[in-house]
Design a protein around this ligand. Structure first.
Ligand code: ATP
Ligand code: ZN
Length: 226
């Protein structure tokens, strides 16, 4: 069991697409921090709510392990790790608490420009490269399509040109990267955006009250934005 803490700890991306918008949103909730020298930890000054600056992929695990209470992470990452845990028969330790409205993108299947797309059955027997193996595998089962999942940690969009796969399953925002690789999106597995993630179960009293306070302010800030 994690030791009892009387401060709330929120994990955000250290650098990358979600880093600045996450910080700006939390600042608009009236939070302010004093940064540590190594820039990994920010000590909350206006409220006992601290930030931990990490890689986005680590956020669900940090929540599951009770190292952090909340986190700002893409729904794509949260659902991939959730599907992976479910597939391994582990209980779901984290869930989406709020959609935050930034970092929007889609997890799409893309195929070579030259394909005449006739539907998902066309993927049967094909190799699909992705960094989202759990989400893709679950979706293939739901679709009743028997295809091979090829796991790549990056540069998924060049896999078809390299002959590693026939199709890909990757994040798309503008579609420019796909077009540059002679690929076209044909179907969407997930509409993603940044979310506030938290534990599946309730927090203890002190941190629970802090989380409630943060959620109220967050809801206010989100209403003004939209
Ligand atoms: P880290 O070093 O923290 O692991 P990363 O390279 O995994 O960073 P980023 O590229 O900064 O992560 O993306 C973070 C999140 O931004 C993604 O998980 C996704 O939710 C969102 N996002 C929005 N648009 C895009 C896009 N076009 N490509 C990739 N991610 C996007
Ligand atoms: Zn990452």
């Amino acid at each position: 069991n994690a030791p009892v803490r009387d401060r709330l700890r929120v994990a955000i991306q250290k650098s990358g697409r979600l880093a600045e918008p996450a910080r700006a949103l939390l600042a608009s909730c009236g939070l302010s921090w004093r940064e540590s020298r190594d820039r990994l930890f920010c000590y909350g000054e206006s409220l006992p709510i601290d930030l931990l600056l990490v890689r986005d992929d680590d956020i669900p695990g940090l929540i599951a392990d009770g190292v952090c209470d909340l986190g700002v992470v893409g729904r794509n990452v949260l659902q991939e790790q959730g599907s992976d845990r479910a597939g391994n028969g582990r209980t779901l330790a984290f869930r989406e608490w709020r959609a935050l409205g930034f970092g929007r993108c889609r997890l799409d299947i893309a195929v070579p420009d030259g394909w005449d797309w006739e539907g998902v059955q066309q993927l049967a027997g094909k190799r699909i490269a992705t960094s989202y193996p759990a989400l893709l595998s679950r979706w293939l089962v739901e679709q009743g399509v028997d295809a091979q999942v090829v796991l790549l940690s990056g540069s998924v969009e060049i896999a078809p040109r390299l002959g590693q796969a026939e199709a890909i399953c990757d994040l798309v925002s503008s579609g420019a990267t796909l077009a540059a690789n002679q690929l076209k999106p044909v179907t969407t597995l997930l509409e993603s955006e940044a979310v506030l993630a938290g534990p599946a179960e309730e927090l203890d009293a002190t941190r629970g009250e802090l989380a409630e306070l943060l959620l109220r302010r967050l809801d206010g800030a989100l209403r003004i934005r939209h």
